[in-house]
Design a protein around this ligand. Structure first.
Ligand SMILES: C[S@@+](CC[C@H](N)C(=O)[O-])C[C@H]1O[C@@H](n2cnc3c(N)ncnc32)[C@H](O)[C@@H]1O
Length: 208
């Protein structure tokens, strides 16, 4: 199956079950198809931004960790207190093989996560806030489990930000004093094959 076919399927998933079924089929080929074949640069770009704000000894949750590409790059950059969370058991199985996470959680963002409040110094999420994936309501729980003063760093597709309720949710959270926007980066293409709408921006918020 081509990457475009896979993306069409995952972006149009109608529910969590459908989405996890697609990722179950993709898990073993994900790294090869994205990194080797399509030069997937989003994880390294996000780690570059995160490292401006987050100390090396920070406890970091990789939310929507997938196969652990972000965790691997964080680890290679000196971060070692890393935990992974994903909806897909098969993606987490691949992430576990990288031996960079100290804990892995199979959880659904958008639902209560069951993790203690103020547990993490930072949360990173790459490629997980997009069509058919984690909803904007995920931020409520992510903020709850981040320590005050901690950071939430994530990517958003430009077209998705404009067309979804994310813009409204992110602004409302700032108005309610839950977090503060620290930085929003320039657009970049996460893949060598990305089409115009597929550009990302990296957002950095500091939890209040
Ligand atoms: C495009 S992949 C990105 C994985 C990894 N962050 C990366 O950059 O390679 C999106 C990941 O988000 C996970 N995901 C999607 N919706 C989710 C949800 N509601 N809760 C938790 N994980 C979710 C998927 O299972 C998948 O592993």
């Amino acid at each position: 199956m081509s990457l475009e076919d896979r993306q069409n399927k995952i972006y149009t998933s109608e529910n969590s079950q459908e989405l996890t079924d697609y990722y179950k089929q993709w898990a073993k080929d994900y790294d090869r198809e994205l990194v080797d074949d399509c030069n997937y640069v989003a994880p390294e770009k996000v780690v570059e931004v995160l490292s401006k704000f987050v100390a090396k000894n920070a406890k970091i949750l990789d939310a929507g960790a997938g196969t652990g590409l972000v965790g691997q790059i964080l680890y290679d950059n000196g971060y070692s207190h890393l935990e992974a969370m994903d909806i897909s058991a098969e993606m987490l199985e691949q992430a576990n093989k990288k031996n960079v996470y100290t804990a892995l959680y199979q959880k659904v963002m958008g639902e209560p996560l069951g993790l203690p409040a103020e547990s993490f110094d930072a949360i990173v999420s790459v490629g997980t806030f997009t069509y058919g994936h984690a909803p904007s309501s995920s931020f409520d729980e992510l903020i709850r489990i981040t320590k005050p003063g901690g950071y939430i760093v994530f990517t958003l597709r430009l077209d998705f930000y404009e067309s979804s309720d994310f813009k409204q949710k992110m602004t409302a959270l700032e108005e309610y004093g839950k977090w503060k926007l620290v930085e929003v980066g320039d657009r970049f293409s996460p893949l060598s094959t990305a089409k115009p709408g597929g550009y990302y921006r990296i957002w950095v918020y500091q939890v209040s």
